[in-house]
Ligand binder design. Sequence first.
Ligand code: CA
Ligand code: CA
Length: 309
Amino acid sequence: MTQSIDRVDHVIPKEEAVFSFGPEMKPVLEVDPGAVVTFETHDCFSGQIQTEHDLVTDIDFSKVNPATGPVAVRGAEPGDSLIVEILDIRPGPQGVATIIPGYGQLIDIVESPVTKVLPVRDGIVHFNDEIRFPMRPMVGVVGVATGGEEITNAMPGQHGGNLDDHLHGIGTKIYFPVRQRGAMFGVGDMHASMGDGEICGTGIEIAGEVTVRFDLLKGKQGAWPVSETAEAWIAHGTATEFPDAMREAFREAAYLLAGEWGLDLEDAFILLSIRADVGVAQACKPSPFATIARVVMPKLDAIPGPFRI
Ligand code: CA
Ligand code: CA
């Protein structure tokens, strides 16, 4: 559900975009905690694919996965968490999905490349004349400045980046570990819908607008971005292969339970085994890209969120 937004303090045009997150980023805007900012976002192809004749093999890949921003938040220091609450996601009227040669679990039984244009009208995705379904808008690239590396927006990491978690929709809060003063937040790669795994390598890639509210959690952070919905909190881990990503995500969840909520690691291990659900956020293979695991820990009375706030 779209949350009520009583004000928007700033709007950033989609031309203000970065294609990687690194340690030294120059902000296009500086705001105080509490600020509400709308980011206009390109689709992940920077608009290079508009019709079914525009193929992914013909585009300029240096223009893929722009993230609008970055925005600096005053008072954000290394060791803090930047809280980004997604207030609204408004996809445009048309998106595209593509089949990319060599990528994805079904690539050996299909022709490629293929582009499919997908209209989105009044919140409904029109797949063909018969198949339609409600959109499930989310943002794929969400991140902050890194501790040292320059990481292309094709890849996820401990700074966020191409996290591709469909739970990053309206109402979710993401806690980013701040590594540089100001945090330097950017967002892009909107999907009108994306399935877990994103097996052909794209969701419904679409331009639009994202409105977020910034806040800070001083002196606390995870190793990776940690997310919170109304019902659960979510740890992430990424690696080349999914079992390694899954281990990273569970380690993150266990360390949060041990550090923030005082469980010993043995109890954290058991609690995660008996109550948390591991999921695939991203696992398009084969491809050069990382896989992403999420651990969804339901909120319990004694453990309402990832951090004690
Ligand atoms: Ca993505
Ligand atoms: Ca995408």
